[in-house]
Design a protein around this ligand. Sequence first.
Ligand SMILES: [Zn+2]
Length: 416
Amino acid sequence: MKHVIKNCTACLVGALLGAGPVHAGGPLILEGANGNTPVSYTSGAVSLNFDQGLLRTTLTNQQADDLLNQAFALWNNVPTASISITQSSDLSQDIVVSNYAPLLPNGLSNDPSFSDGVSPVIYDVDGSIIDDYLGAGQSSAVAGFAASIYTVGSNAFVEGYAVLNGFKLANSSEVIQLVAHEIGHLIGLDHSQLDIDNTVDSGNACATAPSHAYPVMYPFLCRTANSLHPDDIAAVSALYPAADIDQQLGQLRGYFVDASGNPVRGANLWVENTATGDKYSIVSDYLKQNNGYFSLYLPAGNYTLHANSLNPIFYDVSSVGPYANTSSDVSFQAPHPITPVTYQRDTGSPVAVSVSTGLASEVTFRTDGTGTDTGGLTIAQPAASNGGGGSGGAMSAALLAVLLMIGVMRARCRCD
Ligand SMILES: [Zn+2]
């Protein structure tokens, strides 16, 4: 039995209570035969079943449903991605503390909720469900959580679930932001640090940049605009690429290594478009191939390339990338923390790397800023993004059997 628990801490009321944390840039779950394939929903279709009750006492059920659909649209409307998150038939009743249990994983490998055909979105109007499920008092800290379930060895999600704490939501905008973040996790997106201050403490998490500079998938929910950040768009496009993505974007990829050429894992890498100022991020060796690999789908343009280490507060429920599950994980061990560095090739000063639509540019980026880059390459997709790949048929046929070894990912958001 394998359980993958990856939580996130989000503070959607950061502005009111002082920030708390929310996990991007890359995939949240790696699985598949070699354990380095991002897990996603086959065909990009996700349909969810909504609660019949209230999310907030000041909203009707219909108004809450409408806000959820507005959040779904943020992801659905990305032209370079193929994700389709939709509202399906409602759950059979108002979900409350006395009847929620069958809908959520209970930690057992043969949990019937793993294969009930229902992907619930539960409205916890007073926090009582979160208190019951996560522990007394948790509703004062947890804004919501969401997850999808996958079968060990496959790279396809089976079902999802989300619990939203209406008790912690101050207004409709916060509902949309919380849902967008949690649904990001539900479809398999991780947190991202981007270029945000990597030394800030949790009490000032939203204080070092204007709110629009924070991605939806930043570990703290600092964004206030009801829109996606370019970093969010690149992340969902990489996990759910549109059929014509190669006609819309190019690829910047490479290897982050030390001065001796040894791979550096778990570093925070980001790029900045020199014309638009848009920024995008990914964690080095995000596919856990032990080679320092990174890859970003980007609009054509020139990009400076930067690296630093993760903020030491971004672990466990706030983890960024696959190497931050604990405070002593790879992202927090030597050679980390590394000195923040900008790619210079061999010039001694920052240089931009050109990315062209439909083509890849590949960079070897060393921790001292030196390196080499080559453009005009064929775009490479080292890991299948959707479906079960070559083992898809076998997985379907064996689904009932392998449910005994199912994995669970849980993303949780809370305010410290
Ligand atoms: Zn999160």
